[in-house]
Ligand binder design. Structure first.
Ligand code: ZN
Length: 715
């Protein structure tokens, strides 16, 4: 099986890693927000401190964020100025307990600015971003505080700390060092200034791109141009046009990747080209939504920051606390994939050109033709039609009888929808998650339908993080961008959408099974090149025979999906993987080239830089454009994946190799699930990634299962 979806974990999680994490007040201090009735001033009294969305107003965020930062700084100063000698408790534990108000408001703010934003929130976001960066610096670049941590670290062997506490101490040392705590005061000042400039630019990029995506949708005035789309999609496009005051027309909104789902179906070649170009050039129109100047400035700032830190470039700096650890390891990994992936993509292109020629098309295959002809090759070679599958993938059944059911089979956990908790949008649903013994594990929120005030893609994060120290259980959410059906119609998903649901819920499990004392080490607070491992691993269950036969039921006939159709999906699994991997590798290299720029570099021509990056890495296949171009590559500019997009391919190696372990050991069983939960999903960041992996697998990761599942080598 090899149907990969690429999505990301929200920046919120990364922020919380450093901020000392989610929830509950330390000592209830007098805060001005309390007086004004701000809903964030106290922890929510709802179950598991679920946010009181019915009481939260847009105007509550700015004062709560300001007060949260003020309160955290006071707490930090108190720790740093403590006249008592530094101890693990009065320093590390105190740090872990600090910043509760800020974490509380930030968690909700990050969710809403990503999934349900508006101009008022965007304004707060742009104003607050540099202040949050400064707030972070005031902690990690606080000399007195760092001296205390260093003193404790030097005595670590005498402290008899338990293993998680010991790991926390090393973790803080590393985080302080990587944030620049060892720099001179003047270097720290320069770094702080650049951090704030970068944060403001990142917020600007994010909002420019959202505007570009919104404005970039393709408007069609003549229905015939939509030939090939099923009626339900045409109806939905008419509704989208109506919603954006263009009644009587059809609006195809943009998905955040270069390729667009409708390119598979549109039989009108000119429409395909228009849609592709709308996507490809969405953020390069020379207007206020053009992101190129913004991103080039971000890249320059990052290169200059790396120099201040004494690193060769930004990538070397950022890889230090990742599983890969350095760019040699990343390059070695990517170089094992590039020749095989591009060779397979070229074979795929040749197959499609043959089909075009056979149909007397009289043109050279272009990127906007790829998915359309790939679909035809898929139909003829594997006799598989996406529209034949969709009726079996009704969203609610996929969720309850697929995603949840798989988790029950593997881990024994169960789910119960609850309607009593307030939500931020009518499409959001909430579920109790119960452990094997019936005790409450956490809450799960899901928000699956596309909206034009939602960032593209799909992601998971926490509203409340798990921590035994703080007495909190996980409150998790998943956000996706599945097409919303016209009113009264069932939500039928593509296979890709189904896989995305399993993927995001895999992150959800990583958050739900978190079992840490300290919030900073809890759940998904792990390296980027580890965090996508549980999520991609969970994708494997989507087509497991026991699972798929349970949820894939035709929404009209109520008949289960025929085994022959499942076999066809699986057989087609390696199909088009040359393209899929090559477009991802192209984005990997674009990311790495931007983040290995030497200090002082200024890139004036973003497009030329990108072209050159692809050329020098032999990824410049004209028919296989990068999955994300620089100008709409939110992962690296806005979402914490700078020098880290390779993490998806890296963790693909981990997930395929782990799935191989499952296959060797009896597949989907509760015993295997428990082992995976114990050794990976519940571990958070409490051991080195390599050792955690090796303990589970019995050896280091092997790339071979990934190459096989992508069809890059024979079995
Ligand atoms: Zn993910």
């Amino acid at each position: 099986m090899n149907l990969k979806s690429y999505s990301y974990l929200s920046l919120a999680a990364l922020w919380l890693v450093l901020a000392g994490c989610n929830t509950k007040p330390s000592d209830a201090e007098n805060i001005t927000t309390a007086a004004s009735g701000n809903p964030f001033s106290e922890p929510s009294t709802l179950p598991l401190q679920a946010p009181a969305f019915d009481k939260i107003k847009d105007s509550d965020f700015a004062p709560a964020l300001e007060e949260g930062m003020k309160q955290q700084q006071a707490e930090i100063q108190k720790i740093a100025d403590n006249p008592e000698a530094p101890t693990f408790d009065n320093t590390l534990v105190a740090l872990e307990k600090s910043g509760q108000l800020l974490n509380r408001v930030n968690a909700v703010f990050n969710l809403l600015t990503g999934a349900n934003t508006n101009p008022a929130l965007q304004k707060v976001q742009e104003e607050v971003a540099p202040k949050l960066a400064a707030n972070q610096d005031a902690i990690l670049l606080n000399t007195k505080l760092f001296e205390r941590v260093k003193t404790i670290y030097a005595k670590r062997n005498e402290l008899k700390l338990d293993s998680e506490s010991n790991y926390l101490l090393s973790y803080y040392m590393q985080q302080f060092e990587l944030a620049g705590a060892n720099l001179s005061e003047s270097a720290k000042d320069s770094l702080k200034k650049l951090n704030q400039e970068e944060a403001a630019l990142v917020a600007k990029f994010t909002n420019q791109l959202l505007a570009a995506n919104k404005a970039g949708g393709l408007v069609i005035s003549n229905k015939a141009e939509l030939d090939g789309l099923p009626d339900s999609d045409i109806e939905a496009a008419a509704q989208s046009a109506k919603d954006s005051k263009q009644e009587g027309k059809w609006l195809i909104s943009l998905q955040n990747t270069t390729q667009q789902p409708f390119l598979t179906l549109l039989s009108n070649r000119a429409t395909r080209q228009k849609l592709f170009e709308a996507s490809y050039n969405r953020a390069e129109k020379g207007d206020t939504t053009d992101t190129r100047t913004t991103l080039a400035k971000i890249a320059t700032i990052r290169a200059n920051k790396a120099k201040i830190m004494g690193f060769k470039n930004y990538a070397e700096w950022k890889l230090r606390d990742q599983m890969a650890q350095n760019s040699e390891a990343v390059n070695q990994f990517l170089n094992q994939l590039i020749p095989a992936a591009t060779a397979k993509a070229k074979r795929e292109a040749a197959d499609m050109q043959a089909l075009v020629d056979q149909q007397k098309g009289g043109f050279q295959l272009q990127p906007w033709d790829w998915n359309y002809y790939a679909e035809q090759v898929r139909k003829t070679r594997y006799d598989l039609d996406e529209n034949q599958l969709k009726p079996y993938f009704e969203l609610n059944k996929v969720l309850i009888d697929g995603v949840f059911y798989a988790a029950t089979q593997l881990y024994g956990i169960t789910f119960k929808e609850r309607k009593d908790l307030p939500v931020y949008h009518e499409d959001v649903r909430v579920f109790d998650v119960l452990d094997k013994d019936g005790s409450q594990l956490g809450l799960f929120y899901c928000d699956y339908f596309k909206r034009d005030n939602k960032q593209g893609g799909a992601w998971m994060s926490n509203l409340v993080g798990q921590s035994r120290l703080l007495g909190t259980k996980p409150v998790i959410y998943n956000v996706c961008n599945f097409p919303k059906p016209a009113s009264g119609q069932p939500a039928l998903l593509s296979v890709d959408n189904v896989i995305t649901m399993f993927h995001e819920f895999g992150h959800g499990l990583h958050g739900l099974f978190a079992n840490q004392h300290y919030p900073s080490l809890s759940g998904t607070n792990v390296a980027r090149d580890f965090v996508e491992f549980p999520s991609q691993f969970n994708e494997h269950w989507a087509l497991d025979p026991k699972i798929v036969s349970h949820y894939a039921i035709h929404h009209q006939t109520k008949q289960p999906i025929p085994q022959a159709l499942i076999d066809k999906i699986k057989k087609a699994g390696t199909f088009n993987q040359g393209y899929a991997l090559t477009e991802a590798l192209a984005s990997d290299e674009i990311d790495l080239k931007w983040h290995t720029l030497p200090a002082g570099s200024t890139i004036n021509d973003v497009d030329a830089f990108e072209t050159n990056a692809l050329h020098t890495t032999k990824l410049d296949l004209s028919q296989v454009p990068p999955r994300y171009r620089s100008s709409y590559f939110l992962h690296i500019w806005g979402n914490g994946y700078a020098a880290g997009y390779y993490a998806y391919a890296w963790t693909d190696m981990l997930d395929e190799d782990s799935y191989a372990w499952f296959k060797e050991n009896g597949g989907l069983t509760q015993a295997n699930g428990q082992r995976f939960r114990d050794m990976i999903l519940s571990k958070g960041n409490t051991a080195s990634y390599a050792s955690m992996y090796k303990a589970f697998r019995g050896k280091g990761p092997d790339i071979h299962p990934m190459l096989v599942s992508r069809g890059l080598v024979e079995q």
